[in-house]
Write a new protein. Structure first.
Length: 191
């Protein structure tokens, strides 16, 4: 009579399949993390039916951003903020702390009341992202164009996070710019 090996219990086979599957998923994520470009760029724009001079004060001040930026609303009231530097223009800065993550947003450049540059750094690290808001004359008003770009460099976890965060950031930029438009047009009596 031949000795047949006893069949492995079902639970053991299930655990082996789960372990092998988990290792395969982790390996795929590891390979993906090293093949994804660390540079990212997100942009949005909105048409506002007023001249640029009515928009500029709201985009060139980190204090004024509280009136239209969704990022302040999403984290309120738990987010702590401290404003530093001038209220308007280069150096207008907000240091913020959400609890799990903190950072600094700073207006870094202004040009002809038509363009501002800003930087965002997280958790005392080097600059993580830079952005621009450009006010362009357009038929019927002003186009407000916003771009944020960054580079995760070689950080594989940050590269994977960007795959998720880019569409979220685009949606949040759209909401923020729409809120900016609605607030300005309401103040101007257009809504």
């Amino acid at each position: 009579m031949l000795n047949r090996p006893e069949p492995k219990p079902l639970l053991s086979r299930i655990l082996v399949v789960i372990a092998v599957g988990s290792i395969a998923v982790l390996a795929a994520l590891f390979v993906l993390a090293f093949t994804v470009d660390g540079k990212w760029d997100v942009e949005e724009s909105v048409l506002v039916n007023v001249p640029a001079s009515r928009i500029y004060p709201l985009v060139s001040s980190t204090v004024a951003w509280e009136r239209w930026s969704i990022w302040n609303e999403v984290d309120m009231p738990s987010m702590k903020r401290e404003f530093k530097g001038p209220a308007l223009g280069v150096g207008s800065t907000v240091e913020w702390d959400r609890g799990l993550i903190s950072g600094v947003t700073r207006i870094s450049s202004v040009a002809d009341d038509q363009q501002i540059g800003f930087s965002i750094s997280f958790d005392q690290r080097r600059e993580f992202a830079e952005g621009r808001i450009v006010l362009r004359n357009a038929e019927g008003g002003t186009e407000v164009f916003m771009r944020i770009r960054g580079d995760t460099h070689t950080d594989p976890i940050a590269k994977l996070a960007v795959l998720y965060y880019k569409p979220t950031l685009k949606r949040e930029m759209n909401i923020s710019l729409t809120r900016l438009r609605d607030k300005i047009e309401k103040t101007a009596g257009l809504r």
